[in-house]
Write a protein that binds this ligand. Sequence first.
Ligand SMILES: [Zn+2]
Length: 314
Amino acid sequence: MSDRQRNLLLCTAVLATVTAGCDADPPLPPDDQPRPVAVGKADGAIDFPAPAPRYHSFGEVESYLFDVANTFPDVAALGVYGESPEGRPLYALVIEEDPSFEDDPSKPNILFNFSIHGDEIITVESAMAVIHTLVTRHGSDDRVDDLLADLEIVIVPVVSPDGFAARSRTVEGVDPNRQFPHGGDPNRVGISIIEDAKALYGFYRFEGVLDYHAFGELVMLPWGGSFNRSPRFDELATIGIDLANGVGYTPGQLSHLFNTTAQGGSADWYHASGALSIGIELGTSKAPPESEIPFVAAEATEIALRYLEHFDPR
Ligand SMILES: [Zn+2]
């Protein structure tokens, strides 16, 4: 990342136009939540999909995100909603027709989170594949066109960039996916990347959240912190069974799939906050051989498209 990019990231203006200056005082979004801040252009293109499948570094993922925003400005805008303790930007890519960092109240908002566990590196390749499918099929694939016209899609390819860079499940000595407020600790303040994730939710109030992990070939429904059924279990199950059927995964309630409870996970918090949130365990390894990346990424993409279709009012 160049110095110019870094400077743009530090810009506090809330602007859809990436080349604008940093002088404006941003208006506060609803509930005083910060929204993603638009970021600037990159020069460092990466080849994606790579001619031979391979894993990409955080810097390469950054370059890819900048490339997407540059190449497909009619459907993609890159923002930053925070910074990790080690200084890595927390990126959110908005994908929709005429993308902006405004919340259009007439459209359902959907969030895809990847790599809250930094060692599950197949999820980051999957994030790039989902993005690639949405932006490159736009204009030629009715299935994608309908989704981009009707929904506001926000993709966070790396929730835990310090963990990803270190290939570590934990950051700051804890599992990030246990740091959300929960029934036993409703006022919990977790680590900064999770507080930033909560703020992003606070701005968009996503109707749907998919949280991608690896591995296990599972479609996991809340609750994970309890064996009780959610009041919205039927809605969750309808979506979850469809996702699972699309790729041959096993659907179920988190706590029942694992026959144990774990509090502070993302699916529970987003669901308690109002989203029909679902967790995905991709494939059969956190980091399968590079030759297998396209197959797992294709499953992740089919899951994403099916999930989006459940929220499309069309
Ligand atoms: Zn995980």
